[in-house]
Design a protein around this ligand. Structure first.
Ligand SMILES: Nc1ncnc2c1ncn2[C@@H]1O[C@H](COP(=O)(O)OP(=O)(O)OP(=O)(O)O)[C@@H](O)[C@H]1O
Length: 226
């Protein structure tokens, strides 16, 4: 589903975020991406989502080499990816329902279909009763769940989450992770960047460790003992 082959990323500032990363995530797999601050976790997710482009190497998603996708076609490519961020990026002057509807409005769906799918997504995250509320009136955990509903509303086969529980207490964090778990159980490929080791231990899924822009267990590169 997702292949990275010798991927490197150097930002225009000269900062090397990823040195040489090769990995494979199967369709329907769920994995955690861990590593110290600055290890390159967000960068890796941004490359898969085509928010950034690699400086070296190849990324193939669902059979498509991302190097062959022109900037104009990125919005179409991105329809197969749901992105969830730590600070959920909700529009605060729009209702919860309108926020979740956004990807469908952009995709040009009919009003009735939008309404149906928005309600299904809100129901999935347990927030159907908040459809008309403004995000500001919701708790942090609820806002994060709205962000998740928005990410899954067009049923993308891939979910990428960047520190989705960064602002939440352990109980709410587990709730959010359980949602990802549920999506994964119905076939969605899920990659979650997190440095919440306790949560990752509880979830008991594959862990991909990054250290200074490389895979931690990469046998071709020694990692300092910690
Ligand atoms: N847009 C950018 N321009 C320049 N340098 C960047 C940019 N984004 C990230 N970096 C640098 O690239 C390196 C990797 O950053 P990245 O955000 O991918 O790490 P991370 O593992 O997600 O860290 P954190 O856990 O703190 O979010 C860091 O040194 C960071 O400062």
């Amino acid at each position: 589903m997702i292949f990275l082959q010798h991927v490197g990323k150097r930002y225009t500032t000269g900062q090397e975020a990823l040195a040489d990363v090769s990995l494979e995530l199967d369709a329907g797999e769920m994995a955690f991406l861990t590593g110290h601050s600055g290890a390159g976790k967000s960068t890796l997710l941004k490359l898969i989502a085509m928010i950034e482009r690699p400086s070296r190497g190849q990324i193939v998603v669902n059979g498509r080499n991302l190097n062959s996708i022109g900037n104009r076609h990125i919005p179409y490519y991105r329809r197969q990816i749901g992105m969830i961020f730590q600070d959920h990026h909700l529009l605060h002057d729009r209702s919860v329902g309108d926020n979740v509807a956004l990807p469908l409005v952009i995709a040009g769906l009919r009003h009735a279909e939008i309404l149906r799918r928005v309600r299904a997504a809100l129901d999935k995250v347990g927030l159907l009763h908040k459809e008309r509320a403004l995000p500001i009136t919701l708790s942090t955990g609820e806002q994060q769940r709205v962000g998740i509903a928005r990410a899954v509303v067009n049923k993308p086969p891939i979910l990428l989450a960047d520190e989705p529980t960064g602002n939440l207490d352990p109980e709410l964090s587990l709730e959010i992770m359980s949602l990802f778990d549920e999506f994964n159980r119905v076939g969605v490929t899920v990659l979650v960047a997190s440095h919440d080791h306790e949560l990752i231990r509880i979830m008991d899924r594959r862990v991909i460790g990054l250290y200074a822009g490389r895979l931690e267990n990469d046998p071709t590169h020694a990692v300092p003992h910690r």
